[in-house]
Design a protein around this ligand. Structure first.
Ligand code: AMP
Ligand code: MG
Length: 310
């Protein structure tokens, strides 16, 4: 994709004035604001209708810049070297003199940090003298946005500007890891756990109710397309869309598939746009055919499970 410098300049100008701008990243689109500004961060919560006790992820260009705000250890550096920029978010200790707004962290002394790979996001970060707080650009608890059209569908003119960046290539949110002591996965995501374990040369634990840990009670419903979802469905009911990992031999109008031949990366990329499409096509519910629980399939199943708590 060709970088449009005029568009990036427009986003830069708005962000400098403490406005919120939707930005493309390789995971999902983010609703971005100056992470050092209370005013900008308050706007993010307001636009998303996000509960105040759910802290924001902050996006940095690189770890040199991060040094001003957070301290980090060897495990962080090992993962940073291999996977950053990319779909992994680290929970780190905030430094006492960090300029990060208290609104971002809900007064916690930890910060969720990511280094986006998307060229447009990196180009924008290079032009700013602050990092960007940017949770997913969707109303709280709904399906994340993976294109600029998704953001406009969800927010209309509530978001001042949507920076174009094509369809997100990963299509799932980042994997969140608390790296401060014994590495612990807080949210499954676009980077597979096995790759993290290979790099750290040790097992990492997975918090069994990850999202509740950081924000109790807020996450029973998440990633929801707004219609019921049935998992591991064998039969299809009337008015139901049928969602499968791979293209089915039989192809009825209510059949939707995430990939041509079962490729999990392709399926991850298509997951949210397909859920949105099914909703737009006016189906009343979704039956999901069993998806193998391995690699990115684990993340896909995690998202569908949360989305099914409708
Ligand atoms: P989103 O940006 O919408 O993809 O969601 C960000 C996720 O990161 C949320 O689930 C937050 O609860 C989590 N998060 C942000 N900051 C922290 C933190 N300091 N400790 C633990 N989890 C965090
Ligand atoms: Mg989100």
């Amino acid at each position: 994709m060709k970088i449009n410098l005029a568009n990036i300049k427009k986003a830069q100008k708005l962000l400098n004035k403490n406005e919120c701008v939707a930005i493309p990243t390789e995971t999902v689109y983010g609703l971005a604001g100056n992470a050092y500004s209370d005013k900008a961060c308050k706007k993010i919560y307001k636009i998303k209708k996000r509960p105040k006790n759910n802290p924001l992820i902050v996006h940095y260009l690189n770890n040199q810049i991060l040094k001003k705000d957070c301290s980090f250890n060897n495990d962080f550096l090992k993962l940073y070297k291999v996977f950053c920029p990319g779909p992994i978010t680290f929970i780190l200790d905030l430094k006492k003199n960090s300029k990060i707004s208290k609104i971002v962290t809900n007064k916690k002394n930890t910060l969720a940090v990511r280094f986006p790979k998307h060229r447009v996001a990196r180009n924008l970060l290079k032009k700013l003298d602050f990092p960007l707080a940017a949770p997913s650009a969707n109303p709280s608890s709904k399906v994340s946005a993976v294109s600029s059209d998704d953001v406009r569908d969800d927010f209309g003119n509530k978001v001042k500007y949507v920076l174009e960046g094509g369809k997100s290539s990963v299509g799932l949110e980042s994997t969140i890891i608390d790296i401060r002591n014994k590495p612990k996965i807080l949210r499954l995501g676009g980077l597979e756990i096995s790759a993290i374990e290979r790099t750290l040369k040790k097992k990492v634990t997975i918090s069994n109710n990850p999202l509740k840990v950081s924000s109790p009670g807020q996450f029973n419903l998440h990633y929801s397309p707004g219609i019921p979802i049935r998992l591991n469905a064998k039969k299809i009911n009337k008015n139901e869309a049928y969602l499968s990992l791979e293209k089915m031999r039989q192809n009825k109008t209510n059949f939707y598939f995430l990939s041509n031949n079962g490729n999990l990366r392709e399926a991850a990329k298509n997951l949210y746009s397909t859920l949105r499409k099914i909703k737009k096509d006016k189906y009343k519910s979704i039956a999901v055919r069993k998806i193998p629980n391995k690699g990115l399939g684990k993340t896909i199943n995690d998202r569908l499970k949360r989305a099914s708590k409708f």
